[in-house]
Structures are given as C-alpha cells and as structure tokens.
Design a protein around this ligand. Structure first.
Ligand SMILES: *Cc1c(COP(=O)(O)O)cnc(C)c1O
Length: 396
C-alpha cells in the first residue's frame, strides 16, 4: 500500500477536480426551463392593429411578450407572459458590450379551418440552443421551449391575420444580462419572445432579386460562427449591402475563400439548379460551418429527395464556386436559382453581378420564378397552412 504522503497529491487533485466538477455542474442542478410554471398577466384591451395589407415586416408587435430569466446560481426562473413593453437593463449588461445575443425567426400560421400551427418549432429550439451554447449562454429543454411558444401563440391567436400568406412572425431572443464589464461568460441571461403579425413577403406574386456576388466582404469562414444565428453576424453585413444597393442590387451573394465558394444569399440559404448529363441537379452548399442551418433549407432538401423523380433529378449538398455558376450560365446550364428562408420561403434570383459582369438566371417569364422555385414554395406553404397534413406542422 502507498504511504499517505505519496497518495496525498493524488487525493488533493481528486478533491480539487471534484470541487471543480461540482461547481461547474451546479448550473445543471439549477432549475430547468419549465413551461408549466408560466405566469400570465394580460393587458386590458388590445391596441389597434393596422389593416393586414398595411403590415410592414417586423414593425407591429403583438400585445404581449414572453420572458424567462436565468441565473447561474438558480437556473431558470418561472417564465412570464406580460404586456409588451421596454426591458429594463443595466447599461453595463453584457449584451451591450460583447454582443451576448442570439435569436431565432419562426412563424405561426392560421389555417383555413381556423386552427393555428407552427412549422417545425423543435428545429428553432435546437438551433437557439446551439447558438446560445456557442456564446456560453444557457440552454434549455427544447420541449419546454416549444410548449412556451405554443402557450404564447395561443394567447396572441387573435392578432394573426386569417389570410393565406399572412402569419405571426416570432422572434425568440437570448441575451446576457449580467451587469459587469469583465469579458467572461454571462452569469445572468434573459430569454424572451416577441411576436409580429406579418403579410406575405411578395404581395403581388414573386419578385425576383438581383444579387451582387461579394469578392471583398466575407460573411462567414471555417471555424467561425456564421453557422449560428448570433446578432453579431448581421450588423457587419449592412454596409456591403448598402454598397450593393447603390449599384442596383437587392442583396449580397456571400462568397468564401480564393475559390469564391457560394455560401448564402443575403440572409437566405442559396440554391441553384444546373443541367447535368440529361438530368437536373439541385445544389446547395454543405453545412461546413460557413452556412446557417436553415429550417427552410433542410425542409426543401428533405422534400426534394422524397418528391423529385430520381431518374430526372440529383439533389446535392456540395461546394460550388461562383466561377462554376458563371461558366455554366454561359453554356446555358443554369436552370434557375433561389434563396430560401422563413421570411419569404423562397426568393427567386434573376441576376448576379460578379467581377463586373451581370449573369442572367432564367425565370419562367409569366411567373417571375423558376419552375422548381415555384414548386417548393407551394410544398412548404401547403404544409404551413394545413392544406397538406404533415408532421412538421404542429398545432398550437
Ligand atoms: C435565418 C437565416 C437563414 C434561413 O434560415 P430559416 O431557418 O430557413 O429561416 C439563412 N441564412 C441566414 C444567414 C440566416 O440568418
């Protein structure tokens, strides 16, 4: 048997480790996010809402908001639904200084029979957890998150316009609220959800966009955080966007690396259809860390793999470059292109400015969108509005 003096360092180490693991896991013993504990305090009478056709994206907010506070010491407090209004935060709160902020974008839809449905809310919950964990902010049980969203939306039901194309846009947000200037992990956080009734992105049918492929500003890079929905990823994209707009483009097409790999179109995932050996290939970039893991992207890929005839179609997640797009467009091999995201579902692309030239992308002249673009928009909207029964559509 070893003498005590020899065993002592090991014992101390073990004790130290134990202490450390106790203190790091103590957060795990803190209270979990618990939807059943939610308290509700409603306003007396609702405000006046603009008529549906006057709704501008994200400018009108519903009468309530959902809040859940977290502290390192105690974990999640009971969530609250309260009247919509300003938050009171210390000016030293970590969200203001080091951008401890991440968010989600999801929608609730009123279907023909009057029921209210969410589209794949678990995907948004999982993604918010990934973003939050990357910022050393707290995570939560996705099922509890979904239940809270359901509870909140059921309370705001009546402000969802009952018209095809309209919805309630939801903005779950997580921020660091600890009041101190030290650059460290937040010891306090707030999860909140606000809601905004919105109209169809394209009121009078599709409106195809012109993109400027950026060979200067870069949105995301391997090992970076472009695959997370962090507020800090978006502010730096506005100046390049303004420059592109000055030259008559609607959005920036973000490229990466000396190869000019195509990554994303504005705040949407980018899809191209190429002709290849008598087949068509639907292409989008792979989830290599430079691409936001779009719920719409994932849904389009899954439905395309399930519904497109494999004798005619190949569905690929692969790297592709802007030079491939340019060369194949010149050969007439680019069939169509679109961006994909929650706000618009799909946004047809009609032209891409690259190295001083404009590359034209075909559209069906009468529709303002490519054939597949139009098809996937219908697939998804039919599921969202309950026209097609599908497990992705979750009743509130
Ligand atoms: C949110 C977002 C998307 C689209 O994601 P969805 O889940 O489909 O809405 C794509 N790219 C970026 C950069 C985004 O922020």
């Amino acid at each position: 048997m070893q003498s005590l003096s020899k065993r002592l360092p090991a014992l101390l180490r073990a004790q130290g480790l134990q202490k450390r693991s106790l203190s790091t896991t103590s957060a795990l013993f803190g209270a979990k996010l618990d939807a059943s504990k939610v308290t509700v305090s409603t306003i007396e009478s609702r405000k006046d809402y603009p008529s549906p056709e006057k709704l501008a994206f994200g400018k009108t907010f519903s009468d309530h908001m959902l809040l859940a506070e977290w502290t390192e010491k105690d974990g999640w407090k009971a969530p609250q639904i309260v009247p919509y209004g300003p938050l009171s935060l210390d000016p030293s709160a970590s969200v203001f200084h080091y951008a401890f902020e991440c968010f989600e974008g999801m929608k609730a839809f009123k279907t023909e029979d009057g029921s209210v449905r969410l589209f794949r809310p678990d995907m948004n919950g999982k993604r918010l957890n990934k973003s939050s964990a990357r910022l050393a902010l707290p995570t939560f049980d996705v099922e509890e998150f979904t239940k809270l969203i359901q509870k909140f939306v059921s309370l705001e039901k009546e402000v969802i316009p009952h018209r095809k194309g309209y919805s309630l846009y939801l903005r779950p947000t997580m921020i660091g609220t600890n009041a101190e200037l030290g650059v460290k992990h937040p010891s306090k956080a707030l999860l909140y959800v606000i809601a905004s009734p919105v109209g169809p992105y394209y009121a009078g049918g599709f409106k195809a966009v012109r993109l400027q492929a950026s060979t200067e500003a870069v949105r995301a890079w391997p090992g970076g955080v472009g695959d997370k929905k962090l507020g800090g990823n978006y502010a730096p994209t506005i100046l390049p966007q303004i420059e592109a707009a000055k030259q008559g483009y609607d959005q920036v097409l973000w490229l990466f690396g000396p190869e000019n790999y195509v990554t994303e179109a504005g705040t949407m995932n980018a899809f191209f259809v190429f002709k290849k050996d008598g087949k068509k290939e639907l292409v989008t970039a792979p989830l290599d860390g430079t691409i936001l893991e779009g719920v719409t992207r994932d849904s389009i890929l899954a439905l395309a793999r399930e519904r497109l005839n494999p004798d005619e179609w190949i569905v690929s997640e692969r790297l592709y470059t802007m030079d491939e797009v340019a060369e194949r467009a010149a050969k007439g091999e680019v069939v169509e292109a679109f961006g994909a995201g929650t706000a618009a579902i799909v946004s047809p692309i009609k032209e891409i400015g690259y190295k001083g030239k404009d590359i034209a992308i075909p559209l069906q002249a009468d529709k303002g969108a490519g054939e597949l673009t139009e098809t996937v928009a219908k697939w998804i909207s039919d599921i969202q509005y309950g026209v097609e029964k599908h497990p992705w559509s979750v009743e509130v």
